[in-house]
Write a protein that binds this ligand. Structure first.
Ligand SMILES: [Zn+2]
Length: 242
């Protein structure tokens, strides 16, 4: 009888190990997702600075284009100055030309200011890219390490699964069935009862007569409170003399 109990205890030990391993492994994908989130955030920060730079450059180009078009227009107007018949028409056009040229100066200055801002922004992008590269390296390294750990744990789980199958072979079929039903609801499923008859699974007392029988038979019973499989603690504590 003691061997049957030992086989079941050994199987339960393997099952507890498997549960602990799986619990450990659960944390890795979560950690990985967190690191990937950080990686994406760092990438988004660089992209935002790049977009700002592109906007500045587009504004600058548009302004330069406007100045160039305006210059063409003024050149045409200047060509027409000599065609003006009256002094009034002449001075009206000359004034238009003057206003347009002043506008060009303002636009050119704005373009230069945008150029300066773009220069500063380009430095900012470079700094963010450097920061991103450093962080990326670190994050990617950590993600790779987690992937390796996960693969290791998965291999370990496969090997304990084999161990489990081996351990289960040693357990009597009816006990195994009962144990497998209980372990899905409560772990540990197979627990000792110590004097004066306290189930170590639920801390409730079992009737004295049943406890006495359990001690005397050195067998297995069911806890009336939690339905776990129970045995007298002393059965497995010392080598059987009987
Ligand atoms: Zn119990």
């Amino acid at each position: 009888m003691r061997d049957k109990l030992l086989a079941l205890a050994a199987l339960q030990k393997v099952d507890l190990d498997i549960a602990a391993l799986k619990k450990n492994a659960e944390a890795y994908p979560r950690e990985m997702a967190e690191l990937e989130k950080q990686l994406n955030a760092a990438k988004a920060a660089v992209d935002a600075e790049r977009t700002k730079l592109e906007q500045l450059e587009t504004q600058k180009r548009t302004l330069e284009q406007n100045v160039s078009e305006d210059k063409d227009k003024v050149r045409k107007w200047e060509g027409r100055l000599s065609e003006q018949r009256s002094t009034r028409e002449y001075s009206a056009l000359a004034r238009e030309i003057d206003i347009a040229k002043k506008g060009q100066v303002t636009m050119t200055e704005e373009g230069q200011e945008l150029g300066r801002q773009a220069l500063v922004q380009r430095e900012m992008v470079k700094a963010k890219e450097t920061d991103f590269t450093a962080r990326t390296k670190n994050l990617v390294d950590r993600i790779d390490a987690l992937k390796a750990k996960l693969a290791e744990v998965e291999a370990e789980v496969r090997s304990v699964d084999l161990k489990r199958a081996e351990a289960a072979k040693d357990v009597e079929a009816s006990l195994l069935r009962q144990y497998d039903v209980i372990r899905k609801k409560r772990m540990p499923a197979f627990v000792p009862v110590s004097h004066p008859g306290t189930c170590s699974g639920c801390r409730m007392n079992i009737p004295p007569q049943r406890f006495n029988t359990l001690v005397a038979t050195r067998g297995i019973d069911t806890c009336p409170s939690c339905t776990r499989m129970i045995y007298a603690a002393e059965t497995l504590e010392a080598p059987s003399a009987k």
